[in-house]
Each structure stands twice: as C-alpha cells, then as structure tokens.
Design a binder for this molecule. Structure first.
Ligand code: ADP
Ligand code: NI
Length: 213
C-alpha cells in the first residue's frame, strides 16, 4: 500500500513546481519515518499520511473539501480498517490548516508528520523552496523598504502580491522552531534555524557591501 501511495502522490504532484512537488513529499515521508522511529510512533501511519498530505492541498485542488475527498476515496478503496483510515485523514486535515494557525495534532503520529513537513520549510532546503515559491508568485527576493507583515492574519498569508522572499523568513520560517511538536524534531529544527540565521547575516553583508562608505 505504501508503494501504491507513492505512485499516487507522484502522479498527482509531479507537475507542481511551487514547493509541493513530489520530492517535497519524498523528503517529508523520510523525515517523518525518522522522527517516528525516535518517538515510538506507528511508522506506517506516518508514512501514509506523509505521502498523501499534499495530494489534498487546497492549492492543488478546486477546494479544500475536494482535495480531502480525493484522498479519502483513495484510502477507502484500499483500507479495511476504518480507525486507521480516519487517523490518517485526521492528520492530513489538521495539517491543511497549517497556514493560518489551527488545532493541535491529537496523536503522536500526527506530531511526527507535521514536524517533518515543517522541517522541510527550514534550512538549506527551506531557503531554496522559499526562493522558488517567491519567483513563481512574482515576489522580489528583497526590498529594504518593505518591512515584514503579520502573516498570522489569514488573508495576508495568502496575499502574495505584497512582500518579499526575505520577509517570509520573519513572517513564518523563523517562528517554526518554537512550534515543533517532538523532541527530535526540535533538535533538527534548531540546526536548520541556525543555518537560516547565518544565511540572513551573509545576505545582508553582501547586500550592503560597499554601501556604508
Ligand atoms: P506548507 O504546505 O508547508 O504549509 P506552503 O504551501 O505554505 O507550505 O508553502 C510551500 C513552500 O513555499 C514552503 O517552503 C514555504 O516556506 C514557501 N512559502 C509559502 N508562502 C510563502 C510566501 N508568502 N513567500 C515565500 N515563500 C513562501
Ligand atoms: Ni507539505
């Protein structure tokens, strides 16, 4: 079933180039399995939820409900155990609220998968995804005259017309470390957080080189 879920996710996400491509799912699946091992969570639930989490994404479907229905139907055709199926759907549904806040994860498996998804927004990979996403939305890399906004406000979060890639670090990425669910996830987040701080420092150093004279 894991192999089938991989093929399904690959087919659904193969065309996306704005941060939800198949390789994002591949990394989240692997990191979720790693954290699940450290946390003693059910590995196959974590792997399936990770593989399917972005197939249901609002941005890749006509609506959030349509995305969730697609994943539910897929699972219903293959999974006898209603409780396991519901567990996976709960994880994916809770993750789909990540943008504008939302309820906490109810299970250890959910906490592992959510941490894995958040980790993929951090570090060297997170920086690359932010730049690609910004380019796809027509946002500039940086503008010293555009300060970061409060993106906890839902309408601001999805309004890409204003703001810059560098602002996204302050609006979201640097806040993720404090939101991690698991001890092991937090450790990995800490390392990636430090890398982003070093990156920003170097970015401003290069930006301002020669301008202080
Ligand atoms: P998730 O599905 O993990 O909640 P999103 O769909 O919000 O993530 O974003 C996908 C990728 O694009 C992430 O790496 C994220 O940091 C980046 N991204 C999201 N919103 C913005 C934005 N407003 N500006 C720049 N990058 C963004
Ligand atoms: Ni994701």
């Amino acid at each position: 079933m894991i192999g089938e879920a991989e093929a399904f996710a690959q087919a659904e996400l193969g065309q996306d180039h704005t941060g939800h491509d198949w390789w994002h799912t591949w990394r989240v699946r692997n990191t979720a399995e790693l954290i699940a091992g450290m946390e003693g969570a059910d590995r196959s639930i974590c792997i399936l939820a990770a593989l399917l989490h972005d197939v249901a994404d609002e941005k890749l479907n006509p609506s959030k409900e349509a995305g969730l229905d697609k994943v539910r139907s897929w699972l219903e055709e293959r999974m006898e155990d209603e409780a396991r199926l519901q567990h996976i759907m709960d994880i994916i549904e809770t993750m789909s609220f990540s943008g504008g806040g939302g309820r906490p994860m109810a299970t250890a498996e959910g906490r592992c998968v959510q941490d894995a998804d958040r980790l993929d927004a951090l570090g060297a990979i997170g920086i690359a995804r932010t730049m690609v996403f910004s380019g796809a939305k027509g946002r500039p890399v940086y503008d010293p005259q555009t300060p970061p906004r409060d993106e906890t406000l839902k309408q601001e979060y999805r309004d890409y017309s204003k703001g810059t890639a560098i602002n996204h670090f302050y609006e979201k990425l640097l806040k993720l470390k404090a939101m991690m669910n698991t001890d092991y996830g937090r450790r990995l987040a800490e390392e990636r957080h430090q890398f982003m701080l070093a990156y920003l420092e170097q970015f401003y150093r290069e930006w301002n080189q020669g301008s202080e004279a």
